[in-house]
Design a protein around this ligand. Structure first.
Ligand code: KIV
Length: 268
């Protein structure tokens, strides 16, 4: 891990050098400080905040103001990582103008250094317009949770040949439009491999095999803080929810029994 600030050219050069890219979500100052100090390359202020921060059942209710609010907190806790703000549902779908305006707000008001948006060829005009304003864009293909009502569930995308072909073509459209990297979510290894080999920009997988140029996980999933459901691709590196419940139970017990606060935690 290098101590230098992570920039867009650095992320692109990592693919060229065969250096894997690490990315994780964060939503506040404390979370950002943890992952930044650990040496993460990219922090995504994901619209997954709808689930893990707001307790909603999907990302659809998340607003651009929500993401700006959380991005500001993340920026305050980040020194090295590249901070990417996620464009939530309906912040870029309506028109090119809205897309540019909202991407600009994420940079100006949130302090993001890049934005991410879901979708393929249908959003090439938005991506080109945002990039032409000097705002780097990360793409997102495969399982795109903002389209959950069309897909009818959180299932792997690209198992059928026709769908796989479309996703692979979309990756090329995104590269031509100017994205600096693409998140590949929930797709077979063969599809992720073909995309990763056919574009010069990095691919960052989540449920898309180790053949991508980097990986991303949701902070709460990786640390075992979110237990409502667990997709196959989630690896829990800790069980902090259980630890937290145990700690709070002990605190309650000590308060009830008059053990806490003891002399050490009192002003005598
Ligand atoms: O919102 C999010 O956290 C994401 C990642 C899962 C890539 O889009």
């Amino acid at each position: 891990m290098s101590g230098d600030k992570v920039t867009i050219p650095k992320v692109i050069s990592m693919k060229e050098k065969g250096e894997k890219i690490s990315m994780i979500t964060a939503y506040d100052f404390t979370g950002a400080k943890i992952v930044d100090e650990a040496g993460i390359d990219i922090i995504l202020v994901g619209d997954s905040l709808g689930m893990v921060m707001q307790g909603r059942s999907s990302t659809l209710p998340v607003t651009i103001d929500d993401v700006i609010y959380h991005t500001r907190m993340v920026k305050n806790g980040t020194k090295r990582a590249l901070v990417v703000g996620d464009m939530p549902f309906m912040s870029y779908q309506v028109s090119v103008e809205e897309a540019v305006k909202n991407a600009g707000r994420l940079i100006q008001e949130g302090g993001a250094e890049a934005v991410k948006l879901e979708g393929g060829r249908e959003f090439v005009d938005r991506i080109k317009a945002i990039v032409s304003c000097g705002i780097p864009v990360m793409g997102h293909l495969g399982l795109t949770p903002q389209s959950i009502n069309i897909f009818g569930g959180y299932r792997v995308r690209g198992r059928k040949q026709e769908e796989a072909k479309r996703i692979i073509e979309d990756a090329k459209y995104l590269q031509e439009a100017g994205v600096f990297s693409i998140v590949l979510e929930a797709m077979p290894l063969s599809v992720a491999k073909e995309i990763t080999e056919s574009v010069s920009i990095p691919t960052i997988g989540i449920g898309a095999s180790k053949l991508c140029d980097g990986q991303v996980l949701v902070f709460h999933d990786l640390l075992g803080l979110f237990e409502e459901f667990k997709p196959k691709f989630v690896k829990r590196y800790a069980h902090l929810k259980q630890d937290a419940v145990r700690a709070v139970r002990q605190y309650i017990d000590e308060v009830k029994k008059g053990i806490f606060p003891d002399e050490e935690h009192s002003y005598l």
